[in-house]
Design a protein around this ligand. Structure first.
Ligand code: ADP
Ligand code: MG
Length: 269
């Protein structure tokens, strides 16, 4: 594990710093993340009904389901963007339900949302620096951000070539790459990726999934929401399937691959 990653993993909120690795002797001890009977709504529209599942530490769980099933809502609930109406979200043995977004991020949860979460009027480098500044280096932030930038440019050379270019003038694929580079460069404890491959050329999707696999090997736990079911299943240890806001399947990939292919149309690869 290199320095930047080690440091990133040390960046925790005060309330998490006393937590030993692998968590406490709670019923959640094998799971890094556990959702327990989570209900959530957008105003009067109820999006999640009693959603419960676990993401074991060090594993990758694929969260699948048709359009509108509630996948992105689950991601937003975990990262604190959508409030939990009832039920709980436990991360690293501690309840994070109701914590503000920044505290959940500091605790080690990174959420790569759908679409391109970039600032169009800032340069590529400024976008990366903003992302890194939140997540690196307690002692020497500028040095850590510089290291992180170098890592990002090594992993995504095209961003290095365009570092002074305004992000809004990048191609769609490059913008997606930029929004990912900020997260993939400093792997968190839990990475939630939402439709990562959307809008990326197949060769770039390959690069991104290679990076995900490397990060998984380095110890980051993952919740992978992905339209390319085949790719998601390649990387995942287990699958949770949502339908109309409810969990309809939860089990190891080997048991579910056929079912998932039956209930979901496989997009063109
Ligand atoms: N901001 C929002 N306001 C109101 N309804 C929303 C909002 N975002 C999502 N929804 C609704 O919640 C349901 C679940 O959406 P979402 O979690 O985005 O599904 P998925 O990511 O599986 O496609 C859908 O019916 C969607 O229309
Ligand atoms: Mg979605």
């Amino acid at each position: 594990m290199n320095g930047a990653i080690a440091r990133a993993n040390q960046v925790t909120d005060q309330s998490f710093q006393s937590l030993p690795p692998g968590s406490q002797g709670s019923p959640h001890s094998s799971a890094l993340l556990e959702l327990d009977h989570v209900n959530a709504s957008y105003g009067p529209y109820k999006a999640l009904f009693d959603v419960s599942f676990k993401v074991p530490e060090g594993s990758a769980v694929a969260l699948l389901g048709t359009n509108g099933a509630g996948k992105s809502t689950v991601a937003r609930v975990i990262s604190g963007l959508v409030p939990v109406e009832s039920g709980s979200v436990v991360f690293g043995g501690r309840e994070i339900t109701g914590l503000p977004v920044w505290k959940i991020a500091r605790a080690g949860v990174a959420h790569a949302p759908e679409g391109r979460s970039i600032f169009a009027s800032l340069t590529v480098e400024e976008n990366l620096m903003l992302g890194f500044a939140l997540r690196v280096g307690e002692s020497s932030p500028s040095k850590s951000v510089k290291e992180a930038l170098e890592k990002a440019y090594a992993a995504f050379p095209r961003l290095g070539e365009r570092r002074r270019q305004l992000a809004g003038t990048l191609s769609g694929g490059e913008q997606r790459m930029l929004s990912l580079a900020g997260i993939l460069t400093i792997p968190p404890k839990l990475l939630i990726v939402d439709e990562l491959s959307l809008g990326l050329a197949p060769v770039v999707v390959d690069e991104v999934f290679d990076t995900l696999e490397r990060i998984l090997e380095e110890g980051t736990t993952m919740l992978v929401i992905e339209q390319h079911i085949g790719r998601a299943l390649e990387i995942a240890d287990s699958v949770v399937v949502l339908s109309k806001g409810r969990v309809v399947h939860d089990g190891p990939v080997r048991d579910l691959e056929e079912i998932v292919q039956e209930i979901m149309p496989r997009p063109e690869e």
